[in-house]
Design a protein around this ligand. Structure first.
Ligand code: PAF
Length: 291
């Protein structure tokens, strides 16, 4: 496994592989890897000749400075996990490499339309602009055939799908299923911020999502199901609920009536101690092409 820290070094390496006709799969990450990331690497490895993992904690997507500063940086440990999973190349650039002109001012502004204004967009201003910028940079630097993202960041996946379409990137996006702990908690690098007491409570989000999904399948009223779910989370003293929404999978706008169960996603975000947790569940998985 090779580690490249600069764009020219990575380009030179990948050009060599491309000349040999090898296909490239990219797994963009911010490091602090867990089994969820490793499942993306394995998926990329099984479908491409070469798997590239980028590790870069992108400052422009953090709307909260404390969250950025607390973000774990564990490059050595990450590399130890990546090698046996079949990763061939790690791209771990510095801030200067990614943003040579700095990242505080004069950032390009992307407009993703209404989809970026729902859910996370209401609580993390500027977040998707930063994601869009860094993913565009990574796509231009690596020029992969396929790129792999987790369904846990469902809205991010839909926004990157729009980015690929609007900028005509010739890249196939693969959305990979959420990997969960035994009790259902969705794996996340931010879970390490939970105290033991908070960790014991953390699976509530999965429980609430699963129950709400069942109720929708049984035909219960959408607003009743949504309100019960919100109530369950809000009444737990450890959680501070941001949103629980039952949304249309394409627009991410809240729905009030179900026409087709395949069109629906349940999305939640809540603070638990020092961690902000997000999770989601599709009622049927076919629409975003989750693998
Ligand atoms: O999902 C993430 O880890 C990040 O948002 C991404 C896609 C690597 C961009 O920094």
């Amino acid at each position: 496994m090779q580690i490249c820290k600069t764009i020219p070094a990575l380009r030179q390496l990948l050009d060599g592989y491309r000349k040999e006709g090898k296909s490239i799969g990219l797994v963009p990450t911010m490091g602090a890897l867990h089994s969820g990331h490793i499942s993306l690497i394995e998926k990329a490895n099984s479908a491409n000749d070469l798997t590239v993992c980028s590790i870069y904690v992108n400052p422009t997507q953090f709307n909260n400075q404390d969250d950025f500063e607390m973000y774990p940086q564990t490059l050595e440990k990450d590399c130890e996990m990546l090698k046996p999973a079949g990763c061939d190349v790690v791209f771990a650039p510095s801030h200067n490499e990614m943003y040579p002109d700095g990242f505080h001012e004069n950032l390009i502004q992307l407009n993703f339309g209404g989809i970026a204004e729902e859910l996370e967009g209401k609580f993390r201003p500027g977040h998707f602009n930063g994601v869009g910028i860094v993913v565009t940079k990574l796509f231009n630097i690596v020029n992969p055939d396929k790129a792999y993202f987790g369904q846990k960041d469902l809205q991010q996946f839909l926004i990157i799908s729009k980015l690929v379409k609007d900028f005509s990137f010739g890249i196939d996006l693969v959305c990979c299923a959420i990997v969960r702990e035994e009790d259902g908690l969705a794996m996340s690098s931010r879970n390490s911020r939970l105290s033991q007491e908070e960790r014991n409570e953390a699976s509530l989000l999965f429980k609430v999502l699963s129950e709400a999904k069942e109720k929708l399948i049984f035909g219960e009223d959408v607003s009743v199901v949504g309100n019960e779910a919100r109530q369950q989370i809000a009444s737990n003293q450890f959680f501070k609920l941001e949103y629980f929404e039952i949304v249309d999978i394409k627009s991410l706008k809240p729905i009030h009536k179900i026409n087709n169960l395949e069109d629906i996603a349940l999305c939640v975000s809540a603070h638990l101690g020092k961690a902000r947790l997000i999770d989601n569940m599709l009622v049927k998985t076919s629409k975003v092409g989750v693998n």
